[in-house]
Design a protein around this ligand. Structure first.
Ligand SMILES: Cc1ncc(COP(=O)(O)O)c(C=O)c1O
Length: 377
């Protein structure tokens, strides 16, 4: 029997609104004027989310978020450039892996998965190495749930006159990012996290001057952000078959984002969920991996107690049986599981999750009293 998980409390893809899914119930010809207008709308909505900064363009791309990161790194960094990656988790490492595959000159400041990025170390590296042209980081390190504050990194990168690339996959739309007058060359994200669209497109909000300089730089045909941008600016079309229904869903998801009240409203909704989540988990005897000032509102990692570890798959199965998906963690330093606070669902679904989680802990045979303590708050 297959199960249908209606409540996806995962890093994504996530629970979407009915109207977002309904937007996919028609066909679009990719060269028709109405679809070209839809693409134009998508690009301007994406820019709106980030405050429509002057000198930036939204460049959507077929594929998941990783495709957009790879396209950005393959396009904005030329053969004489050198990239410094600030990493404190799986997604920082992934940026480095992509750069390595692309053959870029690369240096990594590797920080412990539970520690903050260190702007002072960055300052020292940039002072010592004038070849470093770009710095890259993950804004939300989804593997631990940590938010890496952008401002201190922006300050250091700006003071050395270098460019900054930000993987904002799990923060774009829920945590403000100020790119106006910054050294940020690109902010990269995807349709299916805080924007609450369906998966299938990634995008970069890229500085136009950097795009202009990047003619013929990418050695990939399909992952060429410059050519993709030129295509949109030229005839308004996608260069290769666009996922038309995904784009229609993204436009509707962005309509909902705007009508909810934009980034600040979405932040408030997720933050409220995260706060309730941590409180309830703590009442069950489960501890968040990171302190309150380090974790973000989008996804929270919890330590898996040793006596729960062997029962974790059973717990996940019990939740799956009632239509709820949660995933184990992705860290090497600690056994964790993660609960996503992103997604289009209401307060009653969140409350139901806590009831189901407590019941599933009981069924898995884990510290029954502790599990029950979280119920019926
Ligand atoms: C911070 C971050 N970067 C990159 C990715 C990769 O995105 P995708 O799986 O859409 O390729 C993710 C996915 O969770 C992420 O959270």
């Amino acid at each position: 029997m297959t199960s249908h998980c209606a409540l996806l409390l995962t890093p994504g893809p996530l629970t979407t609104a009915a109207s977002t899914r309904e937007a996919m119930l028609r066909d679009w010809g990719s060269r028709e004027p109405d679809f070209i207008a839809l693409t134009r709308r998508l690009r301007s909505q994406l820019l709106d989310v980030i405050g429509t900064p002057s000198g930036y363009a939204a460049v959507p791309l077929q594929g998941s978020g990783t495709y957009a990161i790879e396209a950005t790194l393959s396009t904005l960094l030329g053969p004489r450039d050198r990239l410094l990656v600030m990493s404190n988790g799986v997604y920082g490492k992934r940026i480095a892996t992509i750069a390595e595959r692309l053959g870029h000159s690369l240096i990594v400041i590797d920080t412990d998965e539970t520690a903050a990025l260190d702007p002072q170390k960055l300052d020292a590296e940039l002072a010592a190495d004038s070849q470093i042209s770009h710095v890259a980081m993950a804004h939300g390190e989804t593997s631990s749930g940590r938010i890496n504050p952008i401002e201190p990194i922006v300050e250091v990168v700006a003071s050395h006159g270098r460019a900054l690339l930000i993987d904002a996959m799990s923060t774009f739309g829920a945590i403000p990012i100020d790119v106006e007058n910054s050294p940020i060359a690109a902010v990269i994200a995807s349709s299916n996290k805080c924007l609450e669209g369906v998966p299938g497109i990634g995008f970069a909000i890229a500085r136009i001057s950097d795009l202009q300089r990047a003619t013929g730089v990418s050695r990939s045909l399909s992952l060429d952000l410059h050519a993709q941008w030129r295509g949109f600016e030229g005839n308004g079309q996608w260069r290769f078959t666009p996922p038309v229904q995904v784009i229609a869903a993204a436009v509707e998801a962005l309509n909902l984002h705007a009508s909810e009240g934009g980034v600040s409203a979405r932040h408030a909704r997720y933050a409220k969920r995260a706060e309730r989540l941590v409180r309830t988990m703590e009442s069950m005897g489960l501890e968040a991996l990171l302190p309150a000032d380090a974790r973000g509102p989008c996804i929270v990692a919890f330590r898996t107690p040793e006596d729960l570890s062997s029962k974790f798959e059973i717990l996940i199965d019990h939740l799956r049986a009632v239509g709820i998906a949660i995933y184990p963690g992705k860290l090497t330093v600690a056994d964790t599981f993660r609960i996503g606070c992103m997604g289009a669902f209401d307060g009653s679904a969140w409350e139901r999750f806590f009831d189901c989680f407590g019941a599933a802990l009981c069924k898995a045979g884990w510290r029954q009293e502790a599990a029950l303590a979280g119920l019926g708050e």
